[in-house]
Write a protein that binds this ligand. Sequence first.
Ligand code: FMN
Length: 199
Amino acid sequence: MKRWMALFLAALLLCTAAAFADETPSDTLVVVFSHAGENYNVGVVEEGNTMKLAWIIAEQTGADLFEIEPAVPYPESYEDCLDIATAELRSDARPEFLGEVENWARYETVFVSYPIWWGHLPQILYTFLEAYDWTGKTLVPFNTHEGSRQAGTWREIEEAAPGATVLQGLAVVGSTAQNDPETTSASVSAWLADLGLGE
Ligand SMILES: Cc1cc2nc3c(=O)[nH]c(=O)nc-3n(C[C@H](O)[C@H](O)[C@H](O)COP(=O)(O)O)c2cc1C
C-alpha cells in the first residue's frame, strides 16, 4: 500500500474512534426541580435558580439532565406558590411529574437538585425519589435557598432513597445562582474537586 494511503486510512480510523468516543453515553445524571416565574429576591425569572445551577453542574460533569416537571405547574406568583407548597407540606402530598428517566440502570451517579421549600424538600422530590430504585447508586444532592442552606434535606433524601450512597451536597444562595454565574461556577468546581467528581 502506498504510504499516503496508509496515512489516510490511519487518520480515518482515528476520526471514527473519536466520533464513537464522543457518543459514549454518560453514566451521570443531573435531576432538577426548579420554579421559574416570580421568586424571592430575584424578581420574575425565565429560568429558576436551581435550574441555572444544574446546567453548570451538568456541564462540568458531562452529565445528562432530567427536569422534574410537575403535571400541574406551580403558579408563577411567589405568594400563590407559597400557599400551594404549604398545603402540600401539610398533607404530605406526592404531586405527579411528567415523563420518566430513560435508561435509569445506566446511571451510576445521580445529582439531585431542588430549592428549599419551607425548610424541607419540595414534596414533588419525594414523588421522584420514591419512583426509582436507588440500590447501588451514588446520590449527590445540591440545592438553592435564601438563608436556610441545606436545611436538613440531605437527611430527608437519605431516608427517601434507601440503597443510595449519599455524598456531601452543595447549597448555593438562589440569587447568586441566578445572577452570578462566575461565583457559582467557581463554587461548583471546588465542590466537585473535593468529591473527586467533575470531568
Ligand atoms: C414555596 C417556597 C418556600 C421557600 N422556603 C424557603 C425556606 O424555607 N428557606 C429558604 O432559605 N428559602 C426558601 N425559599 C426560597 C427558595 O429556596 C429560593 O428562592 C430558591 O433559590 C428557589 O429556587 P428555584 O428558582 O430553582 O425554584 C422558598 C421559596 C418558595 C417558592
